[in-house]
Ligand binder design. Structure first.
Ligand SMILES: NC(=O)c1ccc[n+]([C@@H]2O[C@H](COP(=O)([O-])OP(=O)(O)OC[C@H]3O[C@@H](n4cnc5c(N)ncnc54)[C@H](OP(=O)(O)O)[C@@H]3O)[C@@H](O)[C@H]2O)c1
Length: 386
């Protein structure tokens, strides 16, 4: 039987890589639903190419345009938050959660509550509501498969082992485009420089997060929820070649690592075919061409975002929501030229100091605290402008 696929965030970097794999294996997959925020053209093209039954545009003002483009194609158009939830919880049995930011939380949660197999790329959803998501998956029987290359690597290394045999996880970080830059150089960094990741081709927000190392901080919190380990048993090392995607250390002193080229189609394929594997067109590694693998400790002075994320993880889930929401607003302000690169982490640190965050008991409370964080962080940025 074909696996029925829904892709939330189909027009983004992860969404397009997922479509690439699915379209190469029409005998194995059937696309039932696709979503985007505002990219009507990309969404309608993908829906018509794949024969999707439902296409959802989050921006309701673009609904008429989408409906007109899809006329006569057999694909139904929908819009807004309800449409996203319908795509997530409808006919699909496998859902790719690849919306960027906390905006992906409600539809991702809908897929989990509907008991789907959920490939989780949307790390901000897990950072803000990890405990609620894991509880919901346990209740509904949903299967969560990590897509982030580091967590996917750990997931692969853990296959067939007992949780009590794991002593430590090691997340690798490329170090981003400013690995060798001074603080002075970083304070002058432009959005174009920050988005130009040396190894991975990704959306703008995650590329800036990689440059500040906030991405690794979010991944630390993500790993805590996915693999149920405390902060002190999850380490981060900088590995500029991005060949080793992460490692697991076991109680006997063995370490297992997963290696591969820097191509998201490899971890996505692992989740698409799971528990089997499928072929991908990804470049194969030549160890002799790579020659050497380097590892170093992260510099928390130049990259305070990683320290802030670890502190937020240790403070609790409310602090993680503030960390994430403040970071989303600060990254957007940086991309729009309203604040400097080093102001991103400063803004997040101020927000964490000023917003009182208690543990959320529901998705509604997560959304409320996220909204409050966004308003307060926007005000902090506006106040600090000359
Ligand atoms: N890119 C990677 O290699 C990578 C690796 C690991 C994890 N991730 C994670 O995967 C997620 C997606 O990353 P990405 O790089 O693929 O992002 P991206 O290229 O910016 O794509 C984001 C997708 O989400 C949609 N979207 C954005 N805001 C939305 C909203 N408010 N409501 C509904 N849909 C919205 C976009 O639609 P439009 O195109 O219409 O704006 C697009 O389809 C992020 O959480 C990221 O951290 C990405």
């Amino acid at each position: 039987m074909k696996r029925r696929i829904a892709i939330l965030g189909a027009t983004g970097s992860v969404g397009r890589s997922t479509l690439d794999l699915v379209e190469r294996s029409p005998a194995r997959f059937e696309v039932v639903a696709l979503t985007a925020r505002g990219n009507v053209e990309g969404l309608a093209d993908a829906a018509m190419r794949t024969g999707a039954k439902l296409a959802v545009i989050a921006d309701e003002a673009r609904y008429d345009e989408l409906r007109d483009r899809l006329e006569g194609s057999g694909c139904r158009a929908a819009a807004g938050a309800e449409g996203l939830v319908e795509a997530a919880s409808g006919d699909a049995d496998w859902v790719m959660a690849a919306i960027v930011g906390c905006a992906g939380l409600v539809p991702t949660m809908a897929a989990i509550e509907a008991g789907k197999t959920v490939a989780l790329a949307n790390k901000e959803a897990l950072v803000t509501a990890g405990a609620l998501m894991m509880d919901a998956a346990a209740r509904s029987g949903a299967t969560l498969l990590p897509v982030d290359s580091e967590h996917n690597a750990i997931f692969q290394c853990l296959a067939g082992s007992r949780r009590e045999d794991v002593s430590r996880l090691v997340l690798t970080a490329s170090g981003g485009p400013f690995l060798g830059s001074s603080l002075e150089q970083m304070s002058e960094a432009t959005p174009d420089q920050a988005v130009a990741h040396p190894r991975w081709s990704m959306g703008a927000k995650i590329s800036v997060d990689s440059a500040t190392l906030m991405n690794k901080g979010l991944e630390l919190i993500e790993a805590h929820h996915l693999f149920a380990l405390p902060s002190e048993r999850i380490d981060v090392v900088v590995h500029p070649q991005s060949v080793v995607h992460s490692l697991v250390e076991f109680v006997d002193g063995s370490m297992l690592a997963q290696l591969g080229s820097a191509d998201m189609r490899i971890p996505i394929a692992y989740t698409l075919a799971w528990p089997e594997r499928m072929a991908t067109p990804s470049q194969r590694l030549s160890l002799t061409e790579i020659g050497r693998l380097d590892f170093e400790a992260p510099d928390l002075e130049r990259f305070p975002a990683l320290r802030l994320a670890r502190e937020a993880l240790e403070r609790g889930e409310g602090a993680a929501i503030v960390l994430n929401g403040a970071n989303e607003i600060a990254v957007q302000a940086f991309l729009e030229g309203r604040i400097g690169f080093c102001d991103i982490s400063r803004t997040v640190e101020r927000a964490l100091g000023e917003i009182d965050a208690s543990r959320p008991r529901s998705v509604e409370e997560v959304v409320a605290l996220d909204g409050e964080t966004r308003d307060r962080t926007s005000a902090l940025i506006a106040e600090s402008r000359p």
